[in-house]
Design a protein around this ligand. Sequence first.
Ligand code: NAD
Length: 244
Amino acid sequence: MLAGKVAIITGAARGIGREMAARFVNQGARVVVADLYNAAETAGELSNETQTLGLTVDVAKVRSINEMVDITIKTFGKVDILVNNAGICPTTPLGEITEEEWDKVLAVNLKSAFFCTQAVAEVMKGQQYGRIINISSFAGRAGGIAPGCHYSASKAGIIGLTKALARILAPYNITVNAIAPGTLASEMTKNFPEAKMEEILAGIPLRKLGQPWYIAEMAVYLASEAAEWITGTTIDINGGMYMA
Ligand code: NAD
């Protein structure tokens, strides 16, 4: 489905990002595994250097983002797919969120998606082809049950950013979509308080937590040519905990 395509996936060293990278590799894409930690190790585990490239990147820093895109072009010659997946999810209560923590969450989760898109936009416009996928959250749709409100705000911002970019980039045959996962059984959520997890589970009609591969499968589809008429949308994958 993705043969010949070049993809950058941020936050690809574990969780949803790693699951997406593995599936993109299986579908024939060349994949840049971009992460703050373990990028090269993960790239090596997923395939060989003709198909994967591990880059240590801090998506909260625009210079680091621009270097990532420059190296991708030098190595693979183009960028067809960008997945803005890297994220952090503090559960800090309202009264304890500092200005510094607010800025960090917004930088990693939202600012990054804009500047990664800006960095690939000219290349994709030149190709007259691009697929951009942003990872939002149930928390951005309905407010988080366990995550802090800075997290919910950043993920709601992703939904608005997705629509704005979809309009701007549509004339160049570049689609921009978001996926909003509900609560998954994953590293990110394993430290959520037990009582919150019980509340979350009680609110999921399908009565189980999600798996990272549920999200990765949708990302493969949105990244493929089959999804050519889908843009500006946010796809909810959440066991029914939020129905748009
Ligand atoms: P995870 O914590 O397992 O993985 C996130 C990855 O992002 C890690 O490898 C981490 O090193 C990387 N990362 C963090 N800060 C970074 C930075 N500044 N620069 C580069 N990389 C950085 O989380 P996950 O569960 O795989 O979540 C992936 C995405 O899905 C996130 O955007 C998250 O908010 C979203 N999401 C997750 C869930 C869930 O239940 N796990 C639910 C909804 C949305």
